[in-house]
Design a protein around this ligand. Structure first.
Ligand code: PLP
Length: 655
């Protein structure tokens, strides 16, 4: 620390900003009641600072001062970049790539495993240009590769400067354009594997390989019978959509043998699943994958790479349990389970240890992005305004106001029941024209006041029955927030995915209110009503009161996986062709309107790529291959034509 520099100065602020006072000798708060569980799910990256703001830290560098997230928001605002903002933190991404690779390296050393680990990132999990570029560049020290599931994603992979040994795994349904590009890419020197997903694909593969005179590196996607638990259970087991069954694998081997392509079958792909909560499932699925591997080898295929797909989960809740939004294992345990299981199975079968690939998407990128937004206004379903009884009040209102005398921690449920009963009675009288608007309004005000009294008595959520908890959710505040759920958090809407959410500031103050969050879309589904808290999952979020002049910011964490483009562009399949017809009297139709679907280059530009820059980069790569003697000049022409045809073509499968 330099002369005159205090610990407080060590908290990195964004440029040109006054640093908020952090007056503790440590840069992370120890004595704040961590209502939101930040220090648990934050996994060393996200912490509460002594000034009550959220701090961002580098897990590998715990001695470095954290960055105050509120400073980032304020600094961006000064630069004209306002909330809502999706904040990506490169260091978090890099740290995760490091952690995954080092955890596998450690497991390999510990177990005495003779093969290598090579990770690939599934492009569909986050296709944004900056993210992919960072993964490829930073990951090159680990020969980290890419997994692609469509033509558009393959074009992304081919225009990257991948490390020499880095693999490109081609999954998904492939047409001849996809296959040609993949095989030409192999000729270019890229370490591409074409994974056969169905028997139908085989003829096309052989056809394209023969035309291009390429011996492709082939893989087979094996459908495991073992079904894993969790939100994505259906992507595993007998009824999963992709992969070959045992009977089909036997057919495939015979057909590859007959067509003299069995020697090309070097990789087995067995996608274990996604966000697998239970380590036992990972062990069982790996064991089954190994059984297939050794049997396929016995049939004469020179398999030497075992790709176990995705599945490594993220502990979104910090609970460390086998629940749908959590996991009951650490990264180290995951790696050791895989390495030890494969080693044991291969040793038993007398097979050399294969190269192990995993396609961890979620675990690689989820924690590296967060959504920051402000609360625009609050709707309160209670009031601090007391209603005093008057002689002219209706007897029901008198009875309602008398509840306050009985209100105590052990009679909350009873008081709540009576309160609702009297309010409903008064509303019924109003509907039957038996009480005036003014009297009903006084009753409604009294109701809001008494609700407020009950809520204050219920600070301790443990003391509340599930019924009362549910009832109180209906009278929780609504905090109207400046974001769109459908645009930014599609999984929250579609599959009730939980992401940790917390205020960015004032975490050293006990939150006075509880709220659900509503977005600014005109859709009643645009709300969040499940939250991760230190003491479990809650239907309301503890929040602070704020005035009309105050800025109150919230952050949704761990949204780097699947959220950025899932809504519209899964695997970068774009808009389809659109045709409008009108039925004719003679049983025919008239074509009223037609509109072409998106081209690959169009969808790529939606996710921050510049197709011209990509083409320039690809030209340079192919030229280097010519100079190195991997390609002839006329091969280069063929590849460039295939590249530009794919770029200008339809994003879907073409016959
Ligand atoms: N590989 C394949 C074939 C997948 O289908 C998926 C996602 O479902 C993944 C990898 C990524 O899985 P995860 O994000 O769980 O790591």
């Amino acid at each position: 620390m330099g002369a005159g520099e205090t610990e407080m100065d060590k908290s990195r602020s964004a440029t040109n900003l006054v640093v908020p006072t952090i007056d503790a000798s440590t840069n992370v708060a120890a004595d704040i009641d961590d209502v939101y569980g930040v220090n648990v799910w934050g996994a060393g990256m996200i912490k509460i600072l002594p000034n009550g703001n959220i701090g961002l830290c580098q897990p590998e560098k715990p001695d470095e001062p954290p960055l105050d997230l509120l400073c980032v928001i304020n600094d961006l605002k000064q630069r004209g970049i306002d909330v809502p903002v999706l904040l990506r933190v490169t260091n978090f991404l890099e740290s995760r790539i490091t952690q995954i690779n080092e955890a596998f390296a450690e497991a390999i050393t510990e177990a005495g495993y003779q093969g290598l680990y090579r990770g690939v990132f599934p492009v569909k999990v986050n296709q944004q240009a900056q993210v992919i570029e960072r993964i490829v560049n930073f990951g090159s020290q680990y020969e980290f590769g890419l997994e692609v599931g469509s033509k558009a994603e393959l074009l992304i992979a081919l225009s990257q400067d991948l490390a020499d040994g880095a693999a490109v795994i081609c999954n998904g349904t492939k047409d001849s354009e996809f296959l040609s590009l993949a095989m030409l890419g192999q000729r270019l020197g890229v370490n591409i594997f074409i994974v056969i997903e169905s028997l139908r694909e085989l003829d096309l593969v052989v056809d394209v390989a023969t035309k291009l005179n390429v011996r492709p590196q082939l893989g087979v996607r094996v459908k495991l019978t073992n079904q894993v638990s969790g939100n994505w259970a259906e992507s595993s087991g007998d009824r999963s959509t992709f992969g070959l069954t045992i009977a089909q694998i036997a057919d495939l081997i015979e057909r590859l043998r007959a067509q003299k392509y069995l020697d090309c079958l070097v990789l087995q792909h067995s996608h274990l699943g996604s966000q697998i909560p239970d380590i036992i499932d990972i062990r069982k699925a790996t064991q089954e994958a190994c059984r297939f591997f050794s049997e396929i080898r016995l049939e004469g295929a020179p398999l030497h790479i075992l790709d176990l797909g995705g599945g490594l989960g993220v502990d979104y809740t910090g609970e460390h349990t086998a629940g749908p939004n959590s996991i009951n294992y650490t990264l180290g345990e995951y790696c050791k389970t895989i390495i030890e299981t494969v080693k044991y199975s291969m040793d038993e079968a007398g097979i050399n240890h294969p190269v192990i690939i995993t396609e961890s998407g979620r675990s690689c990128v989820a924690q590296s992005s967060m959504l920051l937004f402000n609360v625009l206004e609050a709707t309160h379903y209670d009031s601090t305004e007391e209603v005093s009884p008057q002689a002219s009040d209706h007897p029901i209102l008198h009875q309602m106001l008398a509840i306050e005398k009985d209100l105590g921690p052990d009679r909350i449920q009873e008081c709540w029941n009576s309160l609702r009963y009297y309010r409903d009675e008064m509303r019924a009288l109003f509907r039957r024209n038996q009480v005036s608007l003014a009297m009903t309004a006084r009753t409604e005000r009294a109701y809001l006041y008494l609700i407020n009294r009950i809520k204050n008595m219920l600070r301790d959520p443990e003391a509340v029955t599930a019924d009362l908890q549910a009832a109180l959710t209906q009278v929780a505040d609504i905090y109207h927030c400046n974001f769109s759920l459908f645009q930014s958090l599609p999984d929250v809407w579609a599959i009730d995915q939980l992401h940790p959410i917390a205020p960015v500031q004032r975490l050293h103050e006990a939150p006075q209110r509880r709220a659900i969050l509503s977005d600014i879309t005109c859709d009643s589904d645009g709300k969040i009503d499940h939250f991760v808290l230190a003491d479990g999952i809650s239907e309301t979020l503890p929040v602070h009161d704020f005035g009309p002049e105050d800025d109150y910011y919230l952050a949704v964490f761990f949204i780097g996986a699947y959220q950025e483009t899932l809504g519209d562009l899964h695997n970068l399949f774009g808009d389809t062709n659109v045709v409008t017809i009108s039925l004719m009297a003679d049983g025919g139709f008239e074509l009223v309107q037609e509109q072409d679907g998106d081209t690959v280059s169009e969808v790529l530009s939606y996710v921050e790529y510049n197709p011209r820059d990509m083409a320039a980069s690809f030209k340079a790569i192919t030229e280097r291959a010519v100079q190195a003697g991997h390609l002839t000049a006329s091969d280069r022409k063929t590849i460039m034509t295939a590249y530009s045809d794919a770029m200008n073509g339809y994003t879907y499968f073409e016959h």
